[in-house]
Design a protein around this ligand. Sequence first.
Ligand code: KMH
Ligand code: ZN
Length: 282
Amino acid sequence: MDKLIITAAICGAEVTKEHNPAVPYTVEEIGREALAAYNAGASIIHLHVREDDGTPAQCKQRFAACIAEIKRLCPDVIIQPSTGGAVGMSNAERMQPLELKPEMATLDCGTVNFGGDEIFVNTENTIKEFGTRMIELGVKPEVEVFDKGMIDTAIRLERQGFIKAPMHFNFVMGVTGGIAASVRDFAYMVDSIPAGSTYTATGIGRHEFTMAALAIIAGGHVRVGFEDNVYLSRGVLAKSNGELVEKVVRLAGEFGRQIATPAEARVILGLNDDAGFNRQYL
Ligand code: KMH
Ligand code: ZN
């Protein structure tokens, strides 16, 4: 079994300091949270950015500033900007961080309800546009799937040349409007991806660590972080993203799964392969 890649989604677009005062907004705070996650064992930082007042941002300049700060503090970590941004952003806004040629970025493979009137829109043409630009710029997509049908979409678009194989998926489970975070549905997702693919499991809210445990056992990888959950355990707020990563490391230790360094994660994900992915640091 491969070593375990831990991704820390340190910031998100929807969670705020009202949910947990440690949620980072400023460049300095984002650097602090990335470092805490990295020191605890994260090899990938999934990155959203904010204005200093917490407003979700997506501009290239803010991403560049945050990436520079993270690289200063943890030079070898893999940085994975979000192209999902926040609900309501235009495609042009969302694509901006790709121009910085990060090693990875998210590629959301379908539209999903986020509860109430919130809809996270990813039409087929959006996915094709983002996928094409990622191929042009040598960015490895993390294929974000909120339901099983999104896996089928990704497989179809890979066959049509909009995504390169082998694909790396992120099963986002337990979002309102998406697939449930159940053992049955986790197994269904794992069984549905093509041979040779890799995957990360993300459980939302109270499902964060149950999905992590399943992925640890099944040979997948794990994402945790304030974007998905702000609690260390029931009713106990995490003091930092580092605490959430530490808990995954403890769970992995109990099951005898070793933790991947960023260099090892690059090998597992094929980031060093001659597939046109960006190897240089920004
Ligand atoms: N904030 C959501 C609208 C991604 O990072 O690609 C989208 C999201 C997915 O978080
Ligand atoms: Zn995200």
